[in-house]
Design a protein around this ligand. Structure first.
Ligand code: HPA
Length: 280
């Protein structure tokens, strides 16, 4: 089955079960899934109910789409994403992103947990993702181009939409939530980095490291979505502290940040729905 056929099959499976057109698609990262429990839920769809959908196995990730409204904004939320380190092809990793585009979503709001390489960041900070480095993972666009989605050689000069960044920045300021800004680098994981790798990432210009997101942003740009993202800095990168890193620590930090994070995401989404079309 080609990636295009697989996408079509997943879309048909969704269509046969759910009649809903989202405006914003939201991907919730490790430990950040609780936001989905607070929206006005209309439908849920477990990934396992979608024929041929890649299934996520990582702890802390629920595998389902949640469809509903944040205030009056129709959203689809991915509660749990698919990671490259689980062994899926990059095309499978970005299939859900493409599927949400096919559902009708125009904006992709990415979230994740990350480790800081910027020594000025602290655990618990939020970072508006302004740009990214994805060269350490294969491009999700390798292989035959999906012409129905986008062009062979897509531009990535504004991979995180500036207008969306402006709106989120203003939102954070208005509700008094501190927001760092910077460049996110995606590595494959699942191992955390060595101190030398963290120093390398810093030298390359990254402010935060994670194991997701950049590939989804590429696929979303390719298929014409406008993209924004916020990273929850769960820890300082290896070598910036002398403590060894654990997944448990990352989850606990995400849990602790969750209430403020939820507020920031919710408010940003309402502001985006109000302001984005008029400032495009
Ligand atoms: N490195 C990579 N990914 C992460 C980290 C980290 O330190 N923290 C949370 N996700």
């Amino acid at each position: 089955m080609t990636p295009e056929e697989k996408l079509e099959k997943c879309y048909n499976s969704f269509k046969s079960k759910i009649d809903f057109k989202p405006y914003i698609a939201l991907i919730l990262g490790s430990g950040l899934g609780a936001l989905a429990d607070e929206i006005d839920v209309k439908y849920t769809l477990n990934y396992s109910e979608i024929e041929d959908f890649p299934l996520s196995t990582v702890q802390g990730h629920k595998g389902r789409f949640v469809f509903g409204y944040i205030e009056n904004v129709p959203v689809v939320i991915m509660q749990g994403r698919v990671h490259y380190y689980e062994g899926y092809s990059m095309q499978d990793v970005v299939l859900p992103t493409r599927l949400m585009r096919k559902m009708g979503a125009e904006i992709l709001f990415l979230t994740n947990a990350s480790g800081a390489t910027n020594p000025e960041f602290s655990a618990g900070d939020f970072m508006l993702i302004r740009d990214q480095i994805a060269n350490f993972v294969p491009s999700p666009l390798i292989g035959a181009n999906l012409d129905s989605l986008g062009t062979r050689f897509p531009d990535m000069s504004e991979i995180y939409n500036k207008k969306l960044c402006d709106i989120i920045r203003n939102t954070a300021e208005r509700i008094d939530i501190k927001l760092q800004e910077g460049t996110y680098i995606q590595l494959t994981g699942p191992n955390f980095e060595t101190p030398a790798e963290v120093r390398m990432c810093r030298l390359l210009g990254a402010d935060a490291i994670g194991m997701s997101t950049a590939c989804e942003a590429i696929a979303a740009n390719h298929c014409g979505m406008k993209v924004c993202g916020i990273s929850c800095v769960a820890n300082l990168g290896c070598g910036l502290t002398d403590k060894p890193l654990t997944h448990k620590e990352v989850m606990e930090a995400a849990d602790k940040a969750a209430p403020l994070f939820k507020k920031l995401i919710r408010t940003s989404i309402v502001d985006i729905a109000e302001q984005f079309d008029s400032c495009k």
